[in-house]
Ligand binder design. Sequence first.
Ligand code: PMP
Length: 368
Amino acid sequence: MNFGIDDLPVRDELRGKSPYGAPQLDVPVRLNTNENPYPLPEPLVERITERVREAARNLNRYPDRDAVELRTRLAEYLTRTAGHRVGLENVWAANGSNEVIQQLLQTFGGPGRTAIGFEPSYSMHGLIARGTGTGWISGPRHDDFSIDLAAAGKAIAEHRPDVVFVTTPNNPTGNAVPAETVLALYEAAQAAGPSMVVVDEAYIEFSHGDSLLPLLDGRPHLVVSRTMSKAFGAAGLRLGYLAAHPAVVDAVQLVRLPYHLSAVTQATALAALEHTDTLLKYVEQLKAERDRLVAELRALGYEVTESDANFVQFGRFADSHAVWRQILDRGVLVRDNGVPGWLRVTAGTPAENDAFLDAVRDIKKEQS
Ligand code: PMP
């Protein structure tokens, strides 16, 4: 018998949908998921092993449910790098920032409520909204992918969303959102709501500009979400976190599963945080490579969106999927995010970026 998903009583809003995920193809150069290309340094691998061994002895017990030591270290990292004091009471951590976003939507969204994002942006915001029964509103952007403030203000006033997502630097476009824009959106959201404004700073360490963490001062409806998946080069660890008013940290605990962060995860993240300075050195290299990709793609005649992230959006193509395939045929996997006319490439090692640039150069040559 052919029994499939459609034969199960799945929720109506999930019918006919596909799970999120970039293709994980086995090709020599993978520049499609905005990962950090550098493996963890050996001294850190050693430290993780030590910390995890220690944690393993106590795996008969549940982990620290409130992840106090980890949140304290994350708060120290934020305070040191963003120049704004953040304490344990301001920080919450979960399994990747996707889980942070899910917990926020479970807390502040849900059936009968809505969330808005300005698209193209990180598609999981809309997908997690759907998964939590939250209605999704797609807000507008200008042609240069900056947020259309007038239209955004109108949409917020009209729909009165419960959650407003702002991704800066934005994925997949790469551009950062100026602080004034976020402030204007916050004001609009408070006038219509008050609703929560979630600033997704997954890529902030790669930005030319500063984190918006200082905006938390006096704004209890603002949340900044972060991850160790990108700058820390630890996508496999699954550790995301947020900074916000302590009331927000109390609120998300109403929906978190008890002991959601395993003792192994907490031990590994703590070890990585001990090596913050070494890991952040790679960020400088990746920023330089990102800038090189922008310059070389422009020199080749491509249009490139200004990038503050560890990836670059380039175009324009009459058929971006066909070009994605041509690049893949040359052994390099980039991302077709479904933004018509554009593709996205993650900054890899210098050799990986050279392979990518050779591929697009070759394609250009073939066309001329
Ligand atoms: N936010 C943005 C903007 C992202 O691009 C990603 C990952 N691609 C995430 C959040 C989620 O990252 P993670 O769950 O690995 O922290």
